[in-house]
Design a protein around this ligand. Structure first.
Ligand SMILES: [Fe+2]
Length: 527
């Protein structure tokens, strides 16, 4: 008797343990879903999160506001149970604004008794606010991005428990990439999560290159370099060609396995799970692979998991490809624009390109991050775009310019500003028009178009200024021959700290000397 009871308990314990593991897995899947969807599926995700939270704490309606610091307003990104699709209120009015500005949660039982309450939204929506709870949320860097507001607790007042739940949601919102431009880390995180869930040693994500018949690793753990796998060889290639998933318990006894990658990397593959990633039209765009299950071989449930995840991965991969294509298109457009300006005069052909090249070199020397370098290079490419409106005869004149003619030339920076202000730039690039149009400002205020001084000039504009002068001096002009780099540096240095930034000039010189050292090294190797 006793024995059976023990057995039953043991059985039950085992089941409970299995259930617990299953729940942990499900949580893991949800987490990945969250990580992956966070960038571009906000419109789907936010309503879900907001409706859930208002259900959980018995609120009548919920709204999520994003703050626009430039215009100092709060704009609704999601509003539950509302007819109007967008609410916009001034940041410095009302309780939500207060929670954003103070960075603190606000909980009030009767809004109309609170002097700080702004009844303007009620006026627009026809809803009468009574109890209200509002909490700010932040991005990863700790900047306030907006606030979550919940109205109308059914039992009258929001409790301490409700406050805790709201804070849970706002801390979750921190993980969202509100700038939605960075995509580089997604693949890394994804593979890491996959590997954790399937309890294996390594994971990799490959994208299919149909033109060259290869799989190229986007992310392969434990490897520094990208790996290229031929489609005709190996398990990953087979999964890509057939569109079928494969579970290989012992790679070295499977003739389809290609040992060469192991030979190259010095890693020994034992068990292997491989699932193709398919796009919306069901064609294969890549492969996910996990290697060496810690406890032996991969199970059917590992396979199910990987298959379920591959569809989420597919969305993320398609998004990443789309983003890449958009970036490429943006770049090529900029280069065409820049080239069209330089083409006005054969002597200035390539000027914008070269100024960009020097600016980027200076920025690297100064330790700029890639994202800042990107912004700088867009501004540098477009800095002279306003020359589109400059008279060709004046631009190409070989003699000395009259005062009127010089005034006309100066006008090109104002034109640059006007044209670029009309162009739509993504959030990240919003300072490009300002930076580009300040490239003739000088530290002592002697520059144009606004005679800005020192700190009033954007630092990136100071970089472009040095690059611009250096390029102009070392290139041939209608009115003089090209100067040697040494002579050009001498002129720059005469102006250091007076008109041009000294550190920037030093950075350019350093970079120049390094390039010369490299060249002479190469010459020695060649000879
Ligand atoms: Fe210029």
């Amino acid at each position: 008797m006793e024995n059976t009871a023990f057995k039953e308990i043991a059985e039950l314990k085992k089941e409970m343990h299995e259930l617990k593991t299953e729940i942990e897995r499900l949580n893991g899947i949800c987490h990945i879903g969250f990580v992956l969807t966070r960038e571009r599926d906000l419109d789907k995700l936010l309503p879900l999160v907001m409706t859930e939270i208002s259900k959980a704490i018995d609120a009548d309606r919920s709204t999520l506001f994003l703050v626009d610091w430039e215009r100092m307003v709060l704009r609704s990104k999601f509003a539950e149970n509302l007819e109007i699709d967008r609410i916009e209120v001034e940041l410095k009015m009302g309780l939500v604004g207060l929670s954003v500005l103070s960075g603190k949660l606000i909980n009030t039982a009767n809004a109309y008794e609170d002097l700080r309450f702004n009844p303007e939204i009620d006026g627009k929506t026809g809803f009468r606010t009574e109890s209200l709870i509002s909490a700010p949320f932040f991005n990863n860097e700790g900047d306030v991005m907006g606030a979550v507001e919940l109205l109308g607790k059914e039992t009258g007042i929001f409790t301490k428990e409700d406050e805790k739940n709201v804070l849970k949601v706002t801390s979750m919102l921190t993980k969202i990439n509100w700038d939605s431009e960075k995509d580089t880390d997604t693949a890394k995180k994804m593979v890491y999560e996959l590997r954790k869930l399937t309890e294996c040693k390594r994971g990799a994500l490959f994208l299919l290159d149909r033109v060259n018949g290869e799989l190229i690793s986007v992310m392969a753990e434990g490897l520094e370099q990208d790996i290229h796998l031929s489609l005709n060889l190996g398990i990953a290639g087979l999964a890509a060609i057939t569109g079928q998933e494969l579970n290989i318990p012992d790679a070295y006894s499977d003739i389809r396995f290609d040992k060469r990658t192991d030979e190259k990397t010095g890693y020994r593959t034992r068990s292997l799970l491989c699932v193709p990633i398919k796009d919306q039209s069901d064609s294969v765009i890549g492969v996910i692979e996990v290697i060496n299950k810690k406890t032996g071989v991969f199970s059917d449930s590992d396979m199910d998991l990987l298959k379920a995840l591959s569809s989420i991965v597919a969305i993320s991969v398609e998004n990443a490809i789309l983003l890449q294509e958009q970036n490429r298109q943006f770049r090529s457009l900029l280069e065409v624009l820049a080239a069209s300006i330089d083409a006005k005069d054969h002597l200035t052909a390539g000027h914008s390109q070269k100024v960009t090249e020097y600016s980027v070199k200076i920025a690297r020397e100064l330790g700029f991050g890639e994202s800042e370098i990107d912004i700088l290079s867009v501004a540098a490419l477009l800095h002279d775009y306003g020359k589109l409106g400059t008279d060709d005869n004046i631009l190409k004149k070989s003699g000395k310019l009259t005062n009127e003619e010089f005034d006309h030339i100066k006008q090109h920076v104002a034109n640059t500003r006007n044209i670029l202000d009309k162009m739509y730039f993504m959030r990240k690039y919003r300072d490009v028009p300002l930076i580009a149009s300040c490239h003739h400002e000088r530290l002592d205020g002697s520059g144009y178009m606004n005679g800005l001084k020192e700190d009033k000039i954007p630092f990136m504009a100071k970089i472009i200024a040095v690059a611009d002068v250096f390029e102009a001096l070392t290139a041939q002009r209608n009115y003089r021959e090209a100067l040697s780099p040494e002579d050009a540096f001498e002129i720059l240095e005469q102006n250091a700290g007076i008109k041009l930034d000294e550190n920037i000039i030093t950075a350019l010189r350093k970079n120049w000397q390094k390039a010369i050292a490299n060249e002479s090294l190469q010459d020695r190797v060649m000879s």
